[in-house]
Write a protein that binds this ligand. Structure first.
Ligand SMILES: Nc1ncnc2c1ncn2[C@@H]1O[C@H](COP(=O)(O)OP(=O)(O)OP(=O)(O)O)[C@@H](O)[C@H]1O
Ligand SMILES: [Mg+2]
Length: 443
């Protein structure tokens, strides 16, 4: 029955159902405006229809979608918020119909609203309202048939416009949430990065602290032991030397005595080595040293090389020296720093000597940190990852018995710390070892 007697009503209901289903899932202003104009033109068969939407950042409504150009007139692309037409819709929340303006509007505003309708070439203007907020409006030209708009037409138009306003509100809320989300993601990323940096910085400092604390504790122990060993070593040495002299004076032909002298001489040599270890440790622990000389690190390195010259002059190795010209002096102890350069370069020589390698010695001034930097890089086998933690510990050595005491880097480290600097083995992807000494400039 409905379909035969109320055909238009039946079609309208279908239209509304279709639009309601579709429009709620549309999340962008352009698409909503397009769907609205298409639907109005298809169902009402009007000459033209356009949708103006508010631009949050602008004091205008902008023409988002238009079907068929308004005959005779070019519709403006922007419509000011301050117009009489907009003012009317904001206050009365009602559609404006050209033919009813006389009844709808007071005589004072009538002229202005009519002229607005004229400019827009509009027969009907419907506000897009949601919770009293005007999101925009729809403009309809006359019906192509010339018929007037019926009550049913108006009902459909009002339902469509309120649904579109709801959809616009949805789309804009969605956009705000999306923007907030993006912002949040960015902030989370930034915070994560900052946290990661802080964490690795903390790990680095912790590592350094543990290392320097354990080195300090070991250092105290070692100094104590060295002190205790000093006296018995001196006694044994003098006894051994006295025994050698006694046996030599016996002037005997006994071959056993000769063997004994050999053994005792060997024992004396070993004792000598023990004494030198003890004295270098004791030297380190005594606080009587001064650290106030002005020291040129370039000369420290050159001197160390000169001392080592006899050791490497017959070896097939290259030494490449790159010294910074205007290197500031540092405050410290020239002899102690010489020992540092000597130990580090000696290690490098020992590392490359069998492989005809190269040693790169360089200095530079780190302006921002105000530090003088000495780098010693070699092309040797490098230091295996699992022993990197240990190389600064006293008596840690990978060299054959009698070849190294394992005190070199430990002593270097202690001296550099006393100068307020740092000594590090730098991790590098290339093979070979890189040692970096940093000392505060001037002061
Ligand atoms: N340039 C280097 N290349 C490879 N390994 C090195 C280098 N420098 C130091 N090492 C490693 O660090 C260890 C400790 O060095 P350190 O100078 O403290 O003692 P050492 O050289 O073994 O003995 P000493 O210096 O008393 O003769 C070495 O045994 C070696 O394993
Ligand atoms: Mg060494």
């Amino acid at each position: 029955m409905d379909r035969i007697f109320y055909k238009s009503k039946y079609d309208y209901q279908k239209t509304i159902k279709h639009v309601s289903r579709t429009i709620v899932s549309v999340l962008d202003d352009d698409a909503i405006a397009k769907l609205l104009t298409d639907t109005v033109v298809d169902t009402m068969l009007v000459e033209h229809c356009s949708v103006f939407l508010s631009e949050p950042s602008d004091r205008h409504f902008v023409n988002f979608s238009a079907t068929a150009k308004p005959v005779g007139l070019d519709q403006p692309l922007k419509w000011p918020i301050e117009s009489a037409l907009v003012e009317f819709m904001k206050t009365h929340h009602q559609p404006v119909m050209r033919r009813k303006v006389a009844k709808q509007i007071s005589a004072v505003d009538k002229k202005d609203v009519l002229s607005d309708l004229e400019i827009l070439n509009a027969d009907i203007v419907l506000p897009l309202l949601f919770k009293e907020q005007l999101y925009g409006f729809i403009i309809l030209g006359e019906k192509r048939s010339g018929d007037l708009f019926t009550k049913e037409d108006m009902d459909l138009l009002e339902t469509l416009s309120s649904q579109s306003a709801l959809a616009l509100e949805n789309a804009r809320s969605y956009k705000i949430i999306e923007d907030l989300n993006k912002d949040l993601e960015k902030k989370v990323e930034e915070r994560t990065r900052a946290l990661k940096e802080a964490l690795s910085e903390k790990e680095r400092t912790q590592e350094q602290l543990i290392r320097s604390e354990s080195l300090a504790a070991i250092g105290q122990l070692v100094a104590g032991v060295a002190h205790e060993l000093n006296n018995p070593l001196t006694t044994v040495t003098s006894l051994v030397q006295a025994a050698i002299e006694d046996i030599e004076q016996l002037d005997s032909e006994n071959s056993l005595d000769a063997y004994m002298i050999d053994d005792l001489k060997f024992a004396d040599k070993e004792l000598d080595r023990a004494r030198s270890i003890v004295s270098s440790l004791l030297g380190l622990s005594r606080q009587t040293q001064t650290y106030s000389e002005a020291v040129d690190i370039n000369s420290v390195i050159k001197d160390a090389l000169r001392i080592l010259y006899n050791q490497y002059k017959h070896c097939e190795l290259n030494i490449v020296e790159t010294y910074a010209r205007d290197l500031p002096d540092i405050r410290g102890n020239f002899a102690n720093l010489g020992q540092v350069a000597l130990n580090i370069i000696k290690n490098a020589i020992q590392a490359v000597v069998d492989m005809k390698g190269t040693i790169f010695l360089s200095t530079h001034f780190d302006v921002s940190a105000r530090q003088v930097v000495f780098l010693c890089k070699d092309t040797g086998p490098g230091i295996p990852v699992d022993i990197r933690e240990d190389i600064f510990k006293p008596f840690f050595t990978t060299k054959a018995v009698g070849k190294g005491t394992g005190l070199g880097l430990y002593i270097c480290h202690e001296i550099i710390v006393k100068h307020g600097g740092t000594l590090k083995h730098q991790k590098s992807d290339e093979t070979g070892a890189v040692f970096e000494v940093r000392l505060p400039a001037g002061a």
